[in-house]
Ligand binder design. Structure first.
Ligand code: LER
Ligand code: MN
Length: 262
């Protein structure tokens, strides 16, 4: 398993669970100095920074890009890929495609979190996910779908339900994001949920129960890591957490936790 830290450049997401918020060169340098393998990018859109600049920052700091978020499409433009209005849905898909194509150029899959919508029709979700998965396949990468807690969506709140849905619709190039914060609200038992979703899990948001760095809440991380090892998960543990008590302390605590666990 590899370590990653979230890095946001979206002003509307100031209250969000993102750790590093300084300009990109500084944020990449901080992530590298603390010892992360990768950064997860949360950007306003695909034109915020050039692909060349991302590649050169990544190379200079020996960091990979774990994933790119798409949430700015919802936060800034109110877009959702399950919007009942076709015109808005098309605009949402175009935004997600643009992020898939952006990340695809440096091998980073895009994540569908809040852009799935708070409510929505499951057939529309399946159709939209298929289009995103096909787009990601052009770059040889999967598309990441994230079940969220009940206060953020009524679509899928638990991994097992989402996994069944992917199987039922034969959505092969879609993987699931196990966000430990959402799971802490929705799952009966985190390690069992991980084992049950098994091969479907393609990304992990590594957060304690209170969405702070692992070790600052009451989640027991060891059985979670054991379950991830059992399903042979080799992807990222990406810290999508609040920058508390400050960004650097949150990042350092995450790194301490990951090093003690793996
Ligand atoms: C995004 O990864 C996430 O977990 C959501 O809570 C954002 O709305
Ligand atoms: Mn998340």
């Amino acid at each position: 398993m590899k370590s990653a830290i979230t890095l946001s450049q979206v002003p509307e997401a100031l209250a969000g669970p993102f750790v590093l918020r300084t300009p990109l060169p500084e944020a990449f340098a901080t992530a590298a100095a603390i010892g992360f393998d990768a950064v997860e990018l949360f950007l306003p859109g695909p034109d915020f920074v050039s692909v060349d600049e991302v590649k050169s920052l990544a190379a200079a700091h020996r960091l990979a890009i774990a994933a790119v978020g798409t949430g700015a499409g919802m936060l800034r433009h109110g877009l959702s890929i399950t919007d009942p209005t076709e015109e808005k849905r098309v605009a949402a898909l175009e935004f997600v495609f643009s992020m898939i194509d952006f990340g695809g150029q440096f091998g980073a899959p895009a994540i569908l979190g809040s852009m799935q919508g708070k409510t929505g029709d499951l057939d529309i979700l399946a159709a939209s996910l298929r289009r995103c998965a096909d787009r990601a396949a052009r770059h040889g990468i999967p598309f990441i779908y994230e079940p969220l807690n009940r206060y953020e969506t009524s679509l899928f709140n638990r991994l097992a339900d989402a996994a069944k849905f992917l199987d039922h619709h034969d959505l092969k190039n879609v993987v699931l994001l196990a966000d430990l914060f959402h799971m802490n609200i929705e799952e009966r038992d985190l390690p069992s949920a991980i084992r049950e979703a098994g091969k479907h899990i393609g990304h992990v948001h590594f957060a304690d129960s209170n969405r702070q760095a692992m070790g600052f809440g009451h989640t027991a991380p060891q059985p979670i890591i054991a379950a991830l090892q059992e399903i042979q998960y080799t992807g990222y543990l990406s810290a999508e957490i609040f920058p508390l008590p400050d960004p650097e302390s949150a990042a350092r605590q995450t790194m301490l936790s990951i090093r003690s666990l793996i």
